[in-house]
Each structure stands twice: as structure tokens, then as C-alpha cells.
Design a protein around this ligand. Structure first.
Ligand code: NDP
Length: 336
């Protein structure tokens, strides 16, 4: 069994000393247990948070512990009711080839799911994050302007496409011309601005002539500062993530934006609400999401892009790339 463990807590950006590959015997499943073999491992920005022991909503990975992660796995043998050899499952196995489970928090996807890896993306946690955050906190109305960054990634791409379905004008923000072209041409956003452009704020303002009604916050940083002056009265801001700041060790250099942020919220009466996907919404919403998204995918109203990295040993670099925007689409590792 190959597994990737947290060797040390990173200071700033993770590097080659952060995660290490180790090998051990394949674990044995006992009575009331099943043996799962990982097929796909999901890479997600929250994993940077699990490397840190700063106070958060989840406990960090221990030093020497297997990195946390959701996988799609195949059941190799099973003594758990409701799971049979050959079934595919969604499981919190972590970054490793094999995992012994008693079925806790494992979802059966059946023997032959059509696109098994999609359970880690558009039909799973990131897709649900976009759906719930946009519709329940963002509350977009037809004709309103919605802005979302990391627009070619699984959350941002889905936010924008759902907002289009709801009749909004949608402006994405992404890193580079290739991602921006994908966001407008394939995903159907009305515009997409490259956050690396010198005149980013001016370009964003030009793309939002009627201001911004919903800013779905994925990144923070320069994008947030560009958005603030454009927010309309009673704008909504679901705070989902701030990947631009995940490697910060203290407060950044430069001017203090605190007064600008709070005075905008006050003057524009902005609703700002953070959320953590699996403890912020009623459980029934997941079923509603699953049905809606399955339908939109079938009808071709939502497009989905994945980047598949080959081999468990490539997973650490895959995560570091993701945190720096060197991914294009939902990152998954093909393990088995
Ligand atoms: P992505 O696959 O989109 O990856 C992150 C992207 O962030 C990168 O590809 C990059 O895209 C962008 N990025 C990185 N640094 C910067 C920067 N300095 N400025 C602007 N953009 C940057 O991630 P996900 O779709 O999986 O997640 C998106 C966000 O949602 C993250 O913040 C994540 O933590 C959050 N999230 C929150 C959840 C919750 O429950 N609250 C659940 C799931 C996700 P580009 O090259 O286009 O800039």
C-alpha cells in the first residue's frame, strides 16, 4: 500500500519536504469491514488548510498521518451490508492505494457508474458548493450581474453556469487567456477577465456596466479589491474560499483594506455570509442539487472540465500546482 503522509507543516507555500510517499503492507479487512482500492483521488484547495494546525472548522492532519482526501474506489472484498465486490464508492480514504472501511461516510455509486470521477467534482462536493452557495446565499435574480473568480475551476465554472441558467449576466475571472477563452466560449459566461492583467480593475469595471449584485468569493486578494467599488446596494457575497491567501503566514504587506471592506459592506448594505458546505445547509438540499445537476448535464446546459494527473506519486505536485493556478479544470489523480 502506497500512502502519502504529511511530513511537516509548511510555512507559506508547501514544498518537497511537506508530503512524503511511504509504502506498507496492504491492510486486511476484518468482520464487518471492506477493502477499498482507490481509483481516483480528488485534489482540492481545502487540503492546504488541513496541513496547518491553525484553528479551523476541521481537525488538521497529524504529522506522519495520511493526507485527508475523498476518493472514488472499487470494493475489492466486502463484509458490509449494502456494498459488494465490484461496486464503486465515494470514500474518505485519503491519499493512498487501499483503505479498510466499515462503511462510515461511504456512498455507494453502484457497479458501473458512467463517469466515476465526476462524483468528486460536478456531481459531488464542488458542484454542490457552487449550487448551494450561489442559490441559497447569493440569491441571484434574472438580469442581475454575478461575478466569480477561479472561473475555470469546478466551483467557479459551476457557479457561473448556474447563474446563466437563472438568467443573470455572468462575469468570470481567471488566470490567463486560455482559461478565459474556455470560460466564455465553452462555459458561456458573458465575459472573463484575466486577474493577472495590469489594468484588471478597469477591465472588470468595463465588463460590469450595471455594477455587481452577487460576488461569489473564491479567491480574495486583488479580485476582491477590484469588486468592492462595483458592488450595488443590497449585493450578496457568499464567502466560499480565499485561495489567494491560503499560504499567508501573517497579514500581507501593503495598505490596510479593512476600512474599505467594512465601509463598502455598510454603505452598500451588502450581505456577506461564509459557509462550509457540509454543515451550512439542510441535508435535503443535496438531493435537490443532485437531481438538478444530473438534468442540466444531460441537457448539455452545464459543461464540465477535468484535469487528470497520472499516479499517486504525482499527487503532491498536483496540489501545489492547483494552489498556484497551474491546473485547468477539476484536478483528480488517477491512482489505480
Ligand atoms: P480550483 O480548481 O478552481 O483551483 C483554485 C484556483 O484558484 C486556481 O486554479 C486559480 O485559478 C485560482 N487562484 C489561485 N490563486 C489565485 C489568486 N492569487 N488570485 C486569483 N485566483 C487564484 O478550486 P475549486 O473550484 O475546487 O475551489 C474554489 C474555491 O472554493 C477555493 O477557494 C476553495 O477553497 C473553495 N471551496 C470552499 C468550499 C466551502 O465549503 N466553503 C468547498 C469547496 C471549495 P486561475 O488560474 O484561474 O486564477
Amino acid at each position: 500500500n502506497r500512502k502519502i503522509i504529511l511530513a511537516e507543516r509548511p510555512k507559506g507555500a508547501p514544498n518537497e519536504n511537506t508530503l512524503k510517499l511511504e509504502t506498507e503492507a496492504v491492510p486486511q479487512a476484518g468482520k464487518g469491514e471492506m477493502l477499498l482500492r482507490t481509483v481516483y483521488l480528488s485534489l482540492d484547495p481545502y487540503m492546504r488548510g488541513r496541513m496547518s494546525d491553525a484553528k479551523s472548522y476541521a481537525t488538521p492532519v497529524e504529522i506522519g498521518g495520511v493526507m485527508t482526501g475523498q476518493v472514488v474506489a472499487e470494493v475489492m472484498e466486502s463484509d458490509v451490508a449494502g456494498f459488494s465486490k465490484g461496486d464503486y464508492v465515494l470514500s474518505p480514504s485519503g491519499w493512498q492505494d487501499f483503505f479498510v472501511s466499515d462503511g462510515t461516510q461511504v456512498l455507494n455509486l453502484g457497479p458501473e457508474p458512467e463517469n466515476p470521477s465526476w462524483a468528486l467534482g460536478i456531481l459531488g462536493m464542488p458542484g454542490y458548493t457552487a449550487y448551494a452557495g450561489l442559490l441559497k446565499i447569493g440569491e441571484p435574480k434574472p438580469g442581475e450581474t454575478v461575478v466569480v473568480a477561479a472561473a475555470s475551476g469546478p466551483v467557479g465554472a459551476t457557479v457561473g453556469q448556474i447563474a446563466k441558467i437563472k438568467g443573470c449576466r455572468v462575469v468570470g475571472v481567471a488566470g490567463g487567456a486560455e482559461k478565459c477563452a474556455h470560460v466564455t466560449d465553452t462555459l458561456g459566461f458573458d465575459a472573463c477577465i484575466d486577474h493577472r492583467a495590469e489594468d484588471f480593475a478597469e477591465q472588470l469595471a468595463a465588463a460590469c456596466p450595471d455594477g455587481i449584485d452577487v460576488y461569489f468569493e473564491n479567491v480574495g486578494g486583488k479580485v476582491l479589491y477590484g469588486v468592492l467599488p462595483l458592488l450595488n446596494p443590497f449585493a450578496r457575497m457568499p464567502v466560499c474560499g480565499m485561495v489567494a491567501w491560503y499560504n499567508l503566514q501573517g497579514l500581507p504587506e501593503g495598505p490596510d483594506h479593512g476600512p474599505q471592506i467594512l465601509s463598502t459592506i455598510l454603505r452598500m448594505k451588502v450581505k456577506v455570509q461564509g459557509f462550509i458546505i457540509f454543515d451550512s445547509f439542510p441535508i435535503e438540499l443535496y438531493q435537490e442539487f443532485s437531481e438538478a445537476m444530473t438534468g442540466w448535464l444531460k441537457e448539455g446546459k452545464v459543461q464540465y472540465k477535468e484535469q487528470v494527473v497520472e499516479g499517486l506519486e504525482a499527487a503532491p505536485q498536483g496540489l501545489y500546482d492547483l494552489l498556484e493556478g497551474r491546473n485547468f479544470g477539476k484536478m483528480v489523480v488517477k491512482v489505480g
